[in-house]
Design a protein around this ligand. Structure first.
Ligand SMILES: Cc1cc2nc3c(=O)[nH]c(=O)nc-3n(C[C@H](O)[C@H](O)[C@H](O)COP(=O)(O)O)c2cc1C
Length: 341
């Protein structure tokens, strides 16, 4: 196995095992819902549909970008794509950098369009690849291979710094994002990968013209831990726990975003309660990666479908008990801060 394929396989194995989870939490336990004993709602009239990037989706759940470049990720991607087609959910492929370098990896990405001809699918490329600008033919390749509806740029300085021979030049990424926004006709979404976007960074991204940001805060998968495990480093290195908890990212983002930029909540979203709380805090969608990988590995398409149906049922229950008919009714007034020991 060459380096890249081995790395991608390690990423799948280590993250799916749960060994690379943060000890610290995403912060959702700091808030509780305010129960509504008089909901005045007919549960049959509750809808879970949400509008994101001017398009309607069946449920406020984005299936987050996950690695391409290994044959197992191709089959995982195919399952997720077929599922997103069936339930009208948005989906992001993993970093397409490998297929820009070696066209034999292209089919591992194009398979998602074969499985999901009408679903919303986003391309994915690292910020480090945008330093100095990405050539127009590479941009076209990223988008055309999957007929992408949006381009996601991932920022992952923590992982790159912990990865053996990671990309270490972060100077020029911001300008690269600004140029990409000008070069493409589809929305550009910028995400972290688990260490979180601060308020200052979100402001800078809004200034670059991005349409949406995915805060991808800490509390879920720790990419520093993934690389520390891969490189047999000492356990409990401080960088394992580096990052801004998702709830802190969301509260900071909520103060800025509004009409200018839509917010996706991710990083340690592990239940429908987390999705509902994220929407109360101003997110339009929540996104998950590791739990999807785990259920698809263990149960394939059927496993993913039953996982989703449980989350959808729970989400409807939450909406009803808060007196909300639709996701956009969720607001901070439905939460109270609780003291956590
Ligand atoms: C196996 C795996 C591969 C990933 N590969 C990518 C990637 O290629 N591009 C990207 O933007 N994020 C990637 N991520 C990061 C996720 O999209 C997400 O931001 C992060 O895992 C936090 O979400 P979680 O706590 O739900 O796992 C990957 C995550 C996993 C679990």
């Amino acid at each position: 196995m060459d380096d890249i394929v081995k790395r991608k396989k390690d990423h799948l194995d280590i993250t799916a095992s749960g060994r690379a989870a943060y000890h610290k939490t995403a912060g959702f336990e700091r808030y509780d819902f305010i129960h509504n004993a008089l909901p005045e709602i007919n549960p049959d009239e509750i809808t879970c549909e949400v509008k994101f990037l001017n398009r309607w989706f069946g449920f406020p759940l984005f299936l987050s970008s996950m690695t391409g470049g290994h044959h197992e990720s191709t089959s995982v991607n195919a399952v997720i794509a077929a599922f997103c087609e069936r339930y009208n959910l948005p989906f992001g492929v993993g970093s397409q950098r490998v297929m820009l370098k070696d066209s034999s990896f292209t089919s591992g990405f194009s398979v998602v369009r074969d499985e999901a001809p009408s679903a919303f699918i986003a391309s994915n490329i690292g910020g480090a690849q945008l330093v100095g600008g990405l050539e127009p033919e590479k941009i076209s390749l990223l988008i055309d291979t999957i007929r992408a509806d949006a381009v996601i740029v991932h920022l992952n300085p923590l992982q790159e710094l912990r990865q053996f021979k990671g990309d270490r030049n972060f100077s020029g990424i911001r300008e690269g994002i600004r140029s990409l926004v000008g070069d493409v006709e589809i929305p550009v979404i910028v995400k972290e990968t688990g260490a979180g976007l601060s308020q200052v960074v979100i402001e800078q991204l809004i200034d670059c013209g991005v349409t949406a940001v995915d805060v991808a805060g800490s509390g879920g998968t720790s990419w520093s831990k993934v690389e520390n495990i891969r490189n047999d480093r000492l356990e409990n290195h401080f960088s394992d726990e580096w990052g801004i908890p998702t709830v802190d990212c969301l509260l900071a983002a909520g103060e800025l975003a509004g009409e200018k930029c839509e917010i996706i909540a991710s990083g340690g979203i592990r239940s429908s309660s987390d999705i509902a709380k994220s929407l109360c805090m101003g997110a339009v969608m929540a996104a998950i990666a590791q739990p999807v990988l785990q259920v698809v590995r263990e149960g394939g398409y059927d496993g993913l479908e039953s996982f989703y149906k449980q989350w959808e049922d729970d989400f409807r229950l939450i909406l009803c008990l808060l007196g909300c008919e639709e996701p956009t009714d969720l607001d901070m007034v439905h939460l109270r801060r609780v003291s956590v020991r």
